[in-house]
Design a protein around this ligand. Structure first.
Ligand code: SF4
Length: 442
C-alpha cells in the first residue's frame, strides 16, 4: 500500500512570503511529505497569508472557508494558516471561531518551528493556536526547498522600523533584526557552489538598513555586498526592497563598480507628491528621490528601475496625482507595481480624513497603467536592432528566452533549449506587441 503523504502550500503576498513558503516546504519534506499541486489530494494544506490589503484578507478568508468541504471528506487532513494575517492581534481566535475545523494557526514570529507543531498536532489531534507576541528568533541552518532554477532568495534581515502610515508590516513582522554576515556568506557560498542559480536575491523589508541593529559602526549593506561579491561563481546579486531614504551614494557607487551586482533595481517611490509622501511618513521628498535616480542613471550603466506606487492615498488631489505621473516620466521606470490605496485597519492612514472615492482611485490607476504601458513600449522599441549580453533560460510558459543584464526578456527565435543557462549574445529583431523577439548570434 502506498503511504505517501502529500502537502499543498498556497502563498499570498510578497517575495518574503514566497521564501517563507520555501522554508515551510523544507520542513514538510523533512517530515516525509511530498508536494502536490492539487489540494484535493493533500494530507496537509498550508495557507501562507498576507494582510497588506483588506481585499487580500477577504480573499483568504473565503479560501479558508472552502477547506471545510475537504476536511469533511478527509478527517485526517491537517490545515495550517500562517503568515502576516495570523500575526495580527486576536486573529487566531477569530479564525478558530469562524472555522472550527482548522488544525494550526501560527504567526510570523515562530514559523520556523512549524515542524515541531505539526508533530505535536499529530499526537494530540487538538487545535493549536501558536501566535507569539515575542519577535521572531533568527533560525539558522534551516531546511529550505527552493524549486526555482534561475534565482534563489536569501533573507538578510527581518522586520521593519519605518512605520509608513499605510503599512501593517512593522506590526506583524516586528522590528529590524539582521542576520550575521557570516551566516549570509555561508548560505550564498553554498548556493553558488550548486551552480544552479543565475541570480541571488537578498530579501528584507528595507535591505538598505541591514546591519544597523549591530551598532558596531562597521556592518552595513555595502559591507555585506562587498563580502558577497567576493564569492566565486557565475551569478548576479539583486535585492529587495529598498527604502529611498536609506539608499546611500556609497551603495550607488558600489553597484556601479561591481559587475556581480544586478542592474535591475526596485526602488519604491509610492507617490510623486512631497506633500503625500509626508503624509505617508516616507521621510524623503519627490525632489530627493529624483536626485537619487539622477545619480543612479549617471553612474550605473544599463540600469533598469522598477517601483511601487499607491494611488488614491487619503487627501491625494488631482494635482498630487499629476505630480506622480510627472515623476514616472522623469524616472523612466521599466515597470510599475501600481496599487489603489486600501484602508488597512491598525495603521494611522486608516483613520485619516479625506479618503479618496473608489471611482476616483480607479480612474487614476487606469491612467497610471496607460502611462506605464506607453513608456514601456518606448523603452522596448529603443532596444530593437541592438545586441545584448544575456543568459538563456526557460520562462514560466516554457519558452526559451534570453534575459538581459537589466532583466528584459527576449524570446529567442533561432535557438534550442540546449543553450539554457548559457551566456549568449542576442540581437533584438522586432517587438511583437509587448514581446521582444531576438536571435542568438553565432
Ligand atoms: S518600509 Fe514602509 S512600506 Fe516597507 S515594510 Fe516598512 S513600513 Fe511597510
Amino acid at each position: 500500500m502506498d503511504n505517501t503523504q502529500f502537502y499543498f502550500i498556497e502563498t499570498f503576498g510578497c517575495q518574503m512570503n514566497v521564501h517563507d513558503s520555501e522554508k515551510i516546504a523544507g520542513m514538510l519534506r523533512d517530515l516525509g511529505y511530498v508536494e502536490t499541486k492539487d489540494k484535493n489530494n493533500a494530507d496537509i494544506i498550508v495557507f501562507n497569508t498576507c494582510c497588506i490589503r483588506e481585499t487580500a484578507e477577504s480573499k483568504i478568508m473565503a479560501k479558508i472557508g472552502d477547506l471545510k468541504a475537504l476536511k469533511a471528506r478527509n478527517k485526517n487532513l491537517i490545515t495550517v494558516i500562517c503568515g502576516c494575517m495570523t500575526q495580527q492581534r486576536g486573529m487566531a481566535e477569530l479564525l478558530k471561531k469562524r472555522f472550527p475545523f482548522l488544525s494550526i494557526v501560527i504567526g510570523t514570529h515562530n514559523l520556523d518551528r512549524l515542524e515541531e507543531y505539526i508533530v505535536s498536532y499529530k499526537k494530540q489531534k487538538k487545535f493549536q493556536n501558536i501566535v507569539w507576541d515575542k519577535e521572531q528568533e533568527i533560525t539558522e541552518n534551516q531546511k529550505i526547498y527552493r524549486d526555482s532554477t534561475n534565482h534563489a532568495f536569501v533573507n538578510i534581515m527581518y522586520g521593519c522600523n519605518n512605520f509608513c502610515s499605510y503599512c501593517i508590516v512593522p506590526y506583524v513582522r516586528g522590528r529590524e533584526r539582521s542576520r550575521s554576515v557570516d551566516e549570509i556568506v555561508k548560505e550564498v557560498k553554498s548556493l553558488a557552489q550548486q551552480n544552479r542559480y543565475s541570480e541571488i536575491v537578498l530579501l528584507g523589508q528595507n535591505v538598505n538598513s541591514y546591519g544597523q541593529d549591530f551598532k558596531d559602526g562597521v556592518t552595513n549593506f555595502v559591507y555585506l555586498l562587498d563580502k558577497l561579491c567576493k564569492i566565486q561563481g557565475d551569478f548576479k546579486i539583486s535585492f529587495m526592497s529598498s527604502h529611498p531614504k536609506d539608499f546611500s551614494s556609497e551603495l550607488v557607487d558600489f553597484i556601479a563598480s561591481h559587475q556581480k551586482m544586478s542592474r535591475a533595481i526596485h526602488l519604491p517611490v509610492q507617490s510623486g507628491s512631497s506633500r503625500i509622501l509626508k503624509l505617508m511618513n516616507r521621510r524623503y521628498t519627490a525632489e530627493a528621490y529624483k536626485s537619487l535616480v539622477d545619480d543612479m542613471y549617471a553612474k550605473i550603466s544599463g540600469l533598469s528601475l522598477t517601483t511601487d506606487i499607491i494611488v488614491g492615498f487619503p487627501g491625494e488631489t488631482e494635482d498630487d496625482f499629476l505630480q506622480t505621473c510627472d515623476l514616472v516620466k522623469y524616472c523612466k521606470f521599466s515597470s510599475i507595481f501600481g496599487f489603489v490605496y486600501s484602508k488597512r485597519n491598525g495603521t494611522p492612514a486608516a483613520k485619516f480624513e479625506n479618503q479618496v472615492p473608489y471611482k476616483v482611485k480607479k480612474d487614476r490607476i487606469t491612467r497610471l497603467f496607460a502611462l506605464e504601458h506607453q513608456l514601456q513600449k518606448e523603452e522596448l522599441l529603443s532596444m530593437v536592432g541592438k545586441t545584448f549580453d544575456c543568459i538563456a533560460e526557460i520562462n514560466d510558459k516554457g519558452f526559451l528566452v534570453a534575459k538581459t543584464e537589466n532583466h528584459k526578456s527576449i524570446k529567442i527565435v533561432n535557438g534550442n533549449k540546449s543553450i539554457c543557462g548559457e551566456k549568449c549574445k542576442v540581437k533584438v529583431k522586432a517587438l511583437d506587441e509587448k514581446e521582444l523577439l531576438g536571435e542568438v548570434l553565432k
